[in-house]
Design a protein around this ligand. Structure first.
Ligand SMILES: [Fe+2]
Ligand SMILES: [Fe+2]
Ligand SMILES: [Fe+2]
Length: 429
């Protein structure tokens, strides 16, 4: 069962989970965040950064290109780094700063592409640039220059050469010197390709002692939701609708207040694995082809595994990631059957389909609640959905539909404001 509050969640586990989610978006950038974090850690240790500053640097490095996700077609390669260095930095900053423990990392991310310009880069747009932003820029560059398919130690001279040529102009000279000193250790380079070490950083940095409160956690799940939904205007409010509908259904099914909050979170995170699905497939208005559907079917598998590091959230993980399983065993990806599907998972399934049918999409208007109910009722008759949950929905149809509509309207509003603020800040630059 879910433990009663306070919910204790190790910050590092969260960072790993989010970082892995971000790395899923394109196989071409796979492990970019982990690698950059590992290199930043080496640089930070070499420069003897105070512990708190080092923690913030690693969080920033592990998540630094998260803003690239909202630029839907750009993260396919690392090209957006060059074409639009400030756009994705600002987006990342705006996403991260809403969660209080990430406020400093958000600032680091905001300036991670400001060149040093022989000292002028200490200030940008009238604001002081943290030295950790410059360290992050250096770590990021080293990560991109490394070709993981070749022997790493053979590349050291070439990488150093390229970095050195931009010392002063792009990178801070003292930071380049720190890299040169560090470069003598084979272990530094081997760590950068053998990424398993990232998980042990947690112990080395004594992060297991850093926890967040339940309220902060709610701020964080909103961050998750934005990362998932803001990739596309087509999905900008889907998770918010599922969360609201699931919470109300759970309440009417007799769940405790704590469990209702938990199912709300499960609704916000249920499509986390969609980060692994290309935007073209997410946005396709027509029926998906066989191949496209095969790609789509991966998403709940990823939701299941991405949430794994967050041990205390196991129940949320189960409720969230079984939403495409069906009572008769014909769902995906685990093909679970009735007695393996807890009530929470069945509720999220109903809330997900109900929301998908009733929400407006740019290419079509949503169905009425009545009509959507009839579709769900047919699915229950075929033993795909839980009849009792669908009955509860029918008893409270207007109320659930209204809760969903309000939650989605406010999420969509927030999405437009987010895009406007990002554009405004980028234009200023
Ligand atoms: Fe970047
Ligand atoms: Fe990057
Ligand atoms: Fe889904």
């Amino acid at each position: 069962m879910i433990q009663e509050s306070p919910l204790i969640i190790p910050v590092f586990d969260l960072v790993i989970c989010l970082s892995q989610a971000v790395d899923l978006v394109s196989p071409l950038v796979a492990d970019h965040h982990k690698r950059t974090a590992q290199i930043a850690y080496g640089l930070g240790m070499q420069m003897k950064l105070p512990e708190a500053e080092l923690h913030d640097l690693i969080i920033a490095a592990a998540l630094h290109d998260v803003g690239g996700l909202t630029c839907k077609d750009r993260l396919l390669t690392l090209d957006f780094e060059y074409q639009d260095p400030y756009g994705h930095s600002i987006m990342g900053y705006l996403l991260l700063k809403t969660f209080s423990p990430f406020r400093v990392p958000a600032d680091i991310v905001r300036f991670h592409h400001v060149p040093w310009m022989n000292g002028e880069g200490a200030v940008f747009d009238g604001l002081p640039v943290p030295r950790t932003s410059h360290i992050l820029q250096l770590a990021d560059r080293v990560a991109v220059l490394l070709d993981v398919n070749r022997d790493v130690l053979e590349q050291v001279d070439g990488v150093l050469e390229k970095i050195r040529s931009q010392a002063g102009e792009r990178f801070v000279p003292e930071q380049v010197q720190a890299l040169e000193a560090l470069a003598e250790k084979e272990a530094f380079w081997l760590d950068a390709v053998y990424l398993q070490h990232l998980n042990v950083l947690s112990r080395r940095l004594r992060w297991e002692e850093m926890h967040i409160t339940e309220d902060e956690f709610f701020g964080l799940t909103n961050l998750f939701r934005r990362i998932i939904d803001f990739r596309s205007q087509f999905t900008a409010s889907h998770s918010a609708g599922v969360a609201a509908a699931a919470e109300l259904l759970a309440n009417r099914c007799g769940f405790s207040i704590t469990d209702c909050r938990m199912i709300h979170l499960a609704g916000l995170m249920h499509d986390l694995g969609k980060l692994a699905v290309p935007a073209e497939i997410l946005e396709k208005p027509d029926k998906l082809t066989r191949e496209e559907f095969a790609v789509m079917r991966r998403h709940t598998y990823y939701t299941f595994h991405l949430l794994e590091p967050l041990k205390v959230l196991d129940v949320i993980r189960i409720w969230a990631s079984f939403h495409h399983e069906r009572m008769d065993g014909h769902g995906y990806p685990f093909h679970l059957v009735e007695n393996e599907l807890p009530l929470g998972s069945r509720i999220v399934s109903v809330a997900d389909i109900f929301t998908a049918l009733t929400e407006d999409r740019p290419y079509r208007k949503g169905m009425s609640g009545e009509k959507a109910y009839r579709v769900l009722s047919d699915a229950a008759s075929q033993h795909r959905l839980d009849r009792e949950v669908v009955d509860v929905l029918s008893e409270h149809l207007d109320e659930v539909d209204e809760a969903r509509r309000i939650a989605q309207a406010s999420a969509l509003d927030e999405y437009h404001k987010f895009i406007a603020t990002a554009e405004e800040l980028t234009v200023k630059v």
